[in-house]
Write a protein that binds this ligand. Structure first.
Ligand code: CO8
Length: 260
């Protein structure tokens, strides 16, 4: 199988770019996330690699979020294995020593939004057709505490409370207003601006920036790190419930109908 992520690493700038290229919508499945974690580990170990830009090679979509098919009609063992790698992705990215920038070139619901929220800075294409947000409740599921805290750490308690209860998907202008993204740029400039922004971030003394980042993020990271197993159990018992499986099925049918 061809790689779901293309990594370009420029040794002269110390910046790596991850292009997500898993058609049609970069959904985050077990294989995708495993590949992501392996790539991240390699980059993190390379002391010369100081910055990471995450973007999408798929038109109109950054990432459709977690692959619903990994959570629908699967055994508890499979769901547990899947959830573990979702945790791993989050732990690695939210705690990364690198400067991380999300170049959000399209829609970014649920897990796609989470992926971008793990980054240090978010630049989104200014196209009102695109949306971003943690829309879990719309699928009848509940964003776990570490999704919630990542959002609170970004946009504050009140914005998060409204967004999560209603499962809001924001247009770029609204996302910018609450601080869910940091900057909007014309569609064809997302990557260029991400690269320029990276250059600026990389001028800050490395060690000071890294310690500051972990000071901001470690309380949240530690909470998951010390509760991983319980969080997996929670997820598995929730997602395998018949009523939840039914919600997922209805949601997938809605996606198909919307298309027709
Ligand atoms: N997983 C699996 N398949 C997906 C997903 C997904 N997340 N998203 C889209 N697909 C499929 C579609 O069903 C469709 O399949 P097919 O071609 O067989 O009909 C195909 O991908 C293409 O999708 P669209 O035709 O809808 O493509 P568009 O370009 O029109 O739209 C969007 C792209 C905007 C991304 C749209 O597909 C969409 O809104 N997708 C759903 C996004 C979503 O709601 N994701 C939520 C996933 S759940 C999650 O990430 C966090 C879960 C936390 C778990 C907590 C539990 C306790």
């Amino acid at each position: 199988t061809s790689p779901k992520i293309k990594v370009d690493y420029d040794q002269t700038t110390g910046v790596a770019v991850m292009h997500m290229q898993s058609p049609p919508v970069n959904s985050l499945g077990l294989d995708f996330l495993t590949e992501l974690c392996i790539s991240l580990e390699k980059l993190e170990m390379d002391k010369g690699c100081r910055g990471l830009i995450i973007t999408s090679n798929q038109p109109k979509v950054f990432s459709a979020g977690l692959d619903i098919l990994e959570m629908y009609g699967k055994s508890p063992e499979h769901c547990g294995e899947f959830w573990k790698v979702v945790q791993e992705m989050w732990l690695k990215l939210y705690g990364s020593n690198m400067v991380t920038i999300a170049a959000i070139s399209g829609s970014s619901p649920a897990g796609g939004c989470l992926l971008s929220l793990t980054c240090d800075y978010r630049i989104m294409a200014d196209n009102p057709r695109y949306t971003i947000g943690l829309n879990e409740t719309q699928l009848g599921i509940v964003a776990p505490f570490w999704f919630k805290e990542t959002m609170v750490n970004t946009v504050g308690h009140r914005n998060t409370e409204v967004a999560l209860q209603l499962g809001l998907l924001y247009k770029p202008a609204e996302a910018l207003k609450i601080g869910l993204v940091d900057q909007l740029v014309p569609e064809d400039q997302v990557f260029t601006v991400a690269t320029q922004t990276m250059t600026k971030w990389l001028t800050i003394p490395e060690h000071a920036r890294q310690i500051t980042k972990s000071m901001m993020r470690n309380p949240t990271i530690d909470k998951l790190r010390t509760n991983r197993e319980a969080d997996i159990q929670n997820f598995v018992s929730f997602i395998t419930k018949e009523s939840i499986q039914k919600s997922l099925r209805m949601y997938m049918e809605m996606l198909k109908q919307r298309k027709a």
